[in-house]
Design a binder for this molecule. Structure first.
Ligand code: G3P
Ligand code: CA
Length: 302
C-alpha cells in the first residue's frame, strides 16, 4: 500500500484487513478474505482455533457464535455460546452456515454494511492460504492470532498444543516467510519465538498504561508492567517485533517510544477515517481495519 511511514528497517505501511474485511463481508470467511485481496490489502488479519480432529480453522470465537451461525437446517443457534470449536470435527463445524449476521442483534446493527454470503462455512487456515495462492496474491501476508482466554482455559487447546498445531499448518503450506503471529496471550508468542524464531511476533494489548489481566495476558507469561515501566518496553523485553495496541488507548508519545525501541506499531481496530488519518500522522506502521476500502481512501488523500 506504499510507504507512508516506517520505523527501524523502514518497511512499507501495512494495510491489514481485520477478519478479512468484516465491515464488508462475513468475518473470517473466504468471501471476506477474497474481498480484502480485491481491495489490495497488504495483510489478512485472522483468528484461529483447532477442531476436535486437529484441524486449524479460522474463527474469532472459541465457540460457534449464535449471532453469525445457522445450523444445517438453517436455524439460528440458540442465544448464548454455541458448541466449542474444539468439541466439533471439521465436518461438524463446516455443516454450519456463517455467511450472515442474525438480524436484530447488536452485531447486525454495528455491521449493517456487511454483505451476506449465504452458504459460507468456517474455513480452514489451509483454505485461506490456498485462496491467496489461487488469487495470485503471492505477496500478501497473514497476521494470525492465537485465540486463547487465560481465564477460560478449557475453551481451547493449551498454549503449547495450539502453537504447535499452528506452526505445523504454516510449515505445511510453506508460507512461513509471509506470516506474523499475534496474541493477547503472550505465552503463545514466547513459544513461537522458541520454536520458530524466524516468524515475527506481534504483542497485542488492550490497555497501554496498565495491565488488564482479563485480556492482556502478559501476566500469564510472567511480564509485569511495573517491572518494565511502559508497555512498549515490556513488548521489547518479551522479544516482540511489533506492538499492536488498542487504538483507543494509544498516544503519539507511546508510538514514538515504541519506535525508539525498534518496534513497529500497528493499532487495532480502526474504522473511523478521521482516526485513521490521525494515527497515520503519528507515524504508525500500519492499521488493522474492518474497512480496507476506507483506509485506502484515507491513504490516497494524504
Ligand atoms: O489484531 C488484533 C485484533 O484483531 C484484536 O481484536 O478481538 O478482533 O481479535 P479481536
Ligand atoms: Ca484478531
Amino acid at each position: 500500500a506504499g510507504a507512508l511511514a516506517c520505523a527501524g528497517a523502514c518497511l512499507a505501511f501495512d494495510l491489514q484487513g481485520h477478519r478479512g474485511a468484516r465491515g464488508l463481508r462475513p468475518e473470517n470467511t473466504l468471501p471476506a478474505f477474497a474481498h480484502a485481496l480485491e481491495l489490495g490489502v497488504d495483510t489478512l488479519e485472522l483468528d484461529i482455533g483447532v477442531t476436535l480432529d486437529g484441524v486449524v480453522v479460522v474463527s474469532h470465537d472459541p465457540f460457534l457464535n449464535p449471532a453469525i451461525t445457522r445450523d444445517a437446517s438453517g436455524q439460528w443457534l440458540p442465544a448464548g455460546r454455541g458448541p466449542l470449536i474444539r468439541s466439533l470435527t471439521l465436518a461438524q463445524l463446516q455443516a454450519h452456515d456463517v455467511g450472515r449476521i442474525q438480524p436484530g442483534t447488536a452485531y447486525a446493527k454495528t455491521f449493517e454494511t456487511q454483505q451476506p454470503v449465504d452458504g459460507t462455512r468456517v474455513p480452514t487456515l489451509a483454505q485461506v492460504f490456498e485462496l491467496a495462492k489461487t488469487r495470485g496474491a503471492t505477496r500478501v501476508r497473514f497476521n494470525i492470532e492465537t485465540k486463547i482466554s487465560p481465564g477460560q482455559p478449557d475453551d481451547t487447546l493449551a498454549p503449547e498444543a495450539l502453537t504447535q498445531a499452528l506452526l505445523k499448518a504454516i510449515r505445511n503450506a510453506g508460507v512461513g516467510a509471509r506470516v506474523t503471529i499475534q496474541s493477547f496471550d503472550w505465552r503463545t508468542l514466547q513459544l513461537v519465538q522458541k520454536l520458530e524464531p524466524a516468524i515475527p511476533t506481534v504483542y497485542l494489548t488492550v490497555q497501554s498504561t496498565s495491565n488488564d489481566n482479563t485480556r492482556d495476558a502478559a501476566w500469564t507469561a510472567g511480564f509485569r508492567l511495573a517491572e518494565h515501566g511502559s508497555v512498549p518496553r515490556m513488548v521489547k523485553a518479551a522479544g516482540g517485533t511489533a506492538w499492536s495496541p488498542n487504538a483507543g488507548a494509544l498516544t503519539e508519545a507511546l508510538v514514538a517510544e515504541a519506535h525508539a525501541l525498534g518496534l513497529r506499531v500497528i493499532p487495532w481496530t480502526v474504522n473511523d477515517p478521521a482516526l485513521m488519518d490521525r494515527l497515520i500522522g503519528w507515524g504508525v506502521d500500519g492499521l488493522i481495519t474492518d474497512y480496507p476500502d476506507r483506509l485506502r481512501e484515507v491513504m490516497a488523500r494524504r
